[in-house]
Design a protein around this ligand. Sequence first.
Ligand SMILES: Cc1cc2nc3c(=O)[nH]c(=O)nc-3n(C[C@H](O)[C@H](O)[C@H](O)COP(=O)(O)OP(=O)(O)OC[C@H]3O[C@@H](n4cnc5c(N)ncnc54)[C@H](O)[C@@H]3O)c2cc1C
Length: 563
Amino acid sequence: MINRKKVIQSLKENPRTTVLIIGAGINGIGTFRDLALQGVDCLVVDKGDFCSGASMASSHMLHGGIRYLENGEFRLVKEALHERNNLLRNAPHLTHSLPTTIPIFKWLSGILNSPLKFIGLLDKPAERGAVIIKLGLIMYDAYVRGDSPMPGHRFDHRAKALKKWPALNPNLLFTATYYDGGMDSPERLALEILMDGEKEGDHARVINYLSAAGADGDQILLKDELTGEIIPIQPQIVVNAGGPWIDFINQDISSQSNYIGGTKGSHLIVNHPELRKAIGGHEIFFEYVDGRIVLIFPYIADHVMIGSTDLRIDDPDHAVCTDDEIDYILDMVPQIFPHLNVTREQIVFQFSGVRPLPVAKGTTGQISRDHSIELIEKSKLHPWPILNLVGGKWTSYRAFSEQVTDQILDRLELPRKTSTAHLKIGGGTSYPITDNSRDAWIQTLAESNKITCERAKTLFKRYGTRASEVASYISKTGDFPMDYLEGYSVGEIKFLVENEMVTRLDDFLLRRTKTAWVGKLSEESIKELASILGESLGWDNKYQQSELTRSLDILRKRHAVKI
Ligand SMILES: Cc1cc2nc3c(=O)[nH]c(=O)nc-3n(C[C@H](O)[C@H](O)[C@H](O)COP(=O)(O)OP(=O)(O)OC[C@H]3O[C@@H](n4cnc5c(N)ncnc54)[C@H](O)[C@@H]3O)c2cc1C
């Protein structure tokens, strides 16, 4: 990835761009990659780091959304299921199949409610029984028959279910098990899609910490969030991919809108070996006492993620996980595993974000999760049309981005050159699929770069086939282990800083790696990292100290990291 300073220089030298994408969450990033592949001159900017908004706060599920069937969102579910399958094939290094189990406590309940909900006569979620879940899963399987890399659903009676999950609430009647997808690091997946777009050439520019702050005639004024400098840009078309911030962005670039009615969702990551054992590698997806569907998710390094909440919120900048939400989430576990208690001491990380849902009345769970492109035509105030990307799911980002790109290509009267449907992503390119080919690939990586097989395996697990770039870098610079951060070397960190536009210390801790999410950090390791980043990025002591203070503050206050 090109160095941030060079991108700023290029924006000053060439302020014209055909498409300016505001917001580098997954929808802005997906659109950027697709436009770049079609040869369209495009620039994507974000006021923070890449994938630091809603796209970082997701439940990490790649799913059709079985729950959305009862809201009548059949198109969305079908599209998302196909996209889930595409992602599992295109990014096998960062995604995985996810066995998902629903404990069921009733036979018939929900049968009457679902049609009522579909026609809008029922506002409150109601308990779903075995029959309605069976019907949903039959549809789920039917939508992807012949296209799914995973088996179909299965029902187990109480006795069999309790044999497999002995800690489950013994009042259950059945369990239903089906397969969805999961991603361990949405942040790395998004970054690799972004880098694939940037690789297309000089016509595709990306930059973080540059916000759309205002407009002046035909210019959009971009503000460098690190220096305060204003950089004017002249776009032909604007894509507002600001997620929950869409209306705020429109207000700043001089066009009022009222598209977003966001809801906040919070999750906890806990270190709880008994709970991890109790879920047996499955995601447990269940109906909470208030009728909401919640999840207990097997997370990396034997952790467990529990979530989420769904609360209306006006300003996405204020989204933090509150004490009440923590209590609400912790209380979920004993409902399903009555003998397991999760305490605040077991929380290693918490996170919160705002779903960019369309403005709607009614209970939050029933607001559509589908996406739409809302157009604001050009006017005397702004000579560029604005395409607003409202709603959507992480899972279906590619299809949404394709629809946006097609609209832009129509406007520019350009043909589509290539499809992204089967395009491999980053380290998913030329990925060895079988166990034997994987072992051979890792062996070759180790031998050709003179690193141990164990180290080659770790790099392959983190970066897929892009591990060859990392290994080649560290074979030249040396692979000296960090003093305080196990599993990482100084060379690997320098590679990430130089190649992945790490701009602030927290970019590294929260998004280029998952170190902050699974209790891997200490004050010493953060200091060590700050000094390596400082050396690579030319920070003086004062700046390094301020980055350290800022990161510790973010980790402690926003994410409850105990350091
Ligand atoms: C709690 C929760 C759970 C979810 N779970 C799932 C799930 O399991 N599976 C799934 O498929 N989907 C899930 N989703 C939905 C999915 O994550 C989002 O729909 C998707 O990430 C939205 O992406 P986006 O790019 O539109 O928005 P965002 O990711 O929010 O990106 C918008 C970007 O705009 C930037 N920005 C804001 N203002 C400006 C400005 N003035 N200038 C420049 N940049 C600006 C922000 O910094 C941000 O990075 C979940 C969402 C949430 C919140």
